[in-house]
Write a protein that binds this ligand. Structure first.
Ligand code: MG
Length: 343
C-alpha cells in the first residue's frame, strides 16, 4: 500500500542573527515531512533549504509534490527510490534529503532498530561537534563566546575585511580550539595573506577559503597552509569528490547539498578512497534534520552539527550536541520525537 506524504512548514529562530560572509538572518524556514504507511507508522524527515543552492520553502514544497509520485510502494526500496528522486529533481537537495531521511526513519521503525545500528555503527564513536560564532561586532562576538562556554570547539565565520580583528577578539576571549570558515569570501591573495594570521591565532582547520569553482586557487592555498583545508561549497555530491581531491585535504558533507543519506555514505566512501578528511555539517536546522546527519557521525573525522543548538524554538528532540559531544538517540529509526512543550 502506498505511503502518504504530509508536510508542515516550521520557522526556526536563531538566538542571534546568524551572519556569514554572504549575509544572514534570524528566521529560517524548514519543512517537516512525514511519510505514513498503512500500519500507522510514520517516517520523518526535514528539508532545510538554502538560498545559496537555489532552494526556498516554496521550492521544497513544490519539489515534494513532484516527488510524491516517485515514492516507493515498499520503503525498503531505498536505493531505487532515491535514484528516482535524483532523476526527477536533481537540483533540490534539501527536498530530496527530507524524503530520504523519512524513508530511512520508517525502515528503522519497522525493524525496531536505530539507523546507526542498521549501518553497523558504534554511536559512541562520534567526533565532538564545533559550535559556530556568527559574524558580529567585537563586543557581541565576545558575548557569544561567553554564551558558548560549555562548548569545547568553536567555529568562526570569516570572509570579511576585518578577519584579523575578529580572530584577535575571539582569541583574547578564549584559548579553545578554533576552526574557521571563510564561506568562499576570500581572494587568492587575501587567503595567502591570512594563512600566517590563522597560524598566529592557532586555528586548526580552514573551510572554503575561495570561490567554489577556483579549485586551482584552493590547491595553492592548501600547499601554502600548515593547517587542513576543507571544501564545502566546492563539493556537493560524490562525483565532485575526485575533482576536489587534488585541491583540498577534506570535504564537508551536508544532507541539504547531497540530497540523501545514501549519497552522503557514497561521499564518505569516495572521500576515503582519495585519502581525504571527512567532515559533516549542517544548515540552521531543527533536531530532526540534525539527527539524520548525526547518524552518519561515527563515520567522520570532524563534525559541525550545531544547527539546532543555535536555535531557540527547536520543535523536536533527537541527537544533541550540548557542549560538543554528539549523543545519538536510541529509539528506532532516527529516534526523533516532538518536544512535548514548546521551548
Ligand atoms: Mg561551510
Amino acid at each position: 500500500m502506498a505511503l502518504t506524504l504530509a508536510t508542515e512548514v516550521v520557522t526556526l529562530t536563531t538566538r542571534h542573527p546568524f551572519i556569514i560572509a554572504r549575509g544572514g538572518q534570524s528566521e529560517y524556514g524548514a519543512v517537516w515531512v512525514r511519510l505514513c504507511d498503512a500500519d500507522g507508522l510514520e517516517g520523518w524527515g526535514e528539508a532545510d533549504p538554502s538560498a545559496y543552492y537555489g532552494e526556498t520553502v516554496e521550492t521544497v514544497l513544490t519539489g515534494l509534490r513532484r516527488l510524491a509520485p516517485h515514492l516507493p510502494a515498499d520503503p525498503f526500496d531505498l536505493e531505487a527510490a532515491e535514484a528516482r528522486f535524483a532523476e526527477a529533481l536533481p537540483r533540490n537537495g534539501a527536498a530530496r534529503a527530507a524524503l530520504s531521511a523519512a524513508l530511512h526513519d520508517l525502515v528503522g521503525k519497522r525493524l525496531g532498530q536505530p539507523l546507526y545500528r542498521l549501518w553497523g555503527l558504534d554511536p559512541v564513536r562520534t567526533p565532538v561537534s564545533s559550535f559556530t560564532i556568527g559574524l558580529d561586532t567585537p563586543e557581541r562576538m565576545r558575548a557569544k563566546v561567553a554564551e558558548a562556554a560549555s562548548y569545547q570547539i568553536l567555529k568562526i565565520k570569516l570572509g570579511t575585511d576585518r578577519d584579523e580583528e575578529i580572530l584577535r577578539t575571539i582569541r583574547d576571549a578564549t584559548d579553545k580550539p578554533i576552526r574557521v570558515d571563510a564561506n568562499a569570501g576570500w581572494s587568492r591573495e587575501r587567503a595567502l595573506a591570512m594563512l600566517p594570521v590563522l597560524e598566529e591565532f592557532g586555528v586548526e582547520l580552514l573551510e572554503q577559503p575561495l570561490a567554489p569553482e577556483d579549485l586551482e586557487g584552493i590547491g595553492a592555498v592548501r600547499r601554502a597552509a600548515t593547517l587542513p583545508v576543507v571544501v564545502d561549497e566546492s563539493c556537493l555530491i560524490a562525483t565532485d569528490v575526485p575533482h576536489v581531491a587534488r585541491a583540498a585535504d577534506g570535504i564537508n558533507i551536508k544532507l541539504a547539498k547531497c540530497g540523501s543519506l545514501r549519497e552522503a555514505l557514497r561521499m564518505i566512501a569516495t572521500a576515503r578512497a582519495h585519502g581525504l578528511l571527512v567532515m559533516i555539517g549542517c544548515m540552521i536546522e531543527s533536531s530532526l534534520g540534525i539527527t539524520a546527519a548525526a547518524h552518519l557521525a561515527p563515520l567522520v573525522d570532524v563534525a559541525d552539527l550545531d544547527g539546532a543548538a543555535l536555535t531557540v524554538n527547536d520543535p523536536f528532540v533527537g541527537a544533541t550536541v550540548d557542549g560538543g559531544p554528539i549523543r545519538l538517540p536510541a529509539g528506532p529509526g532516527l529516534g526523533v520525537r516532538r518536544r512535548a512543550v514548546a521551548p
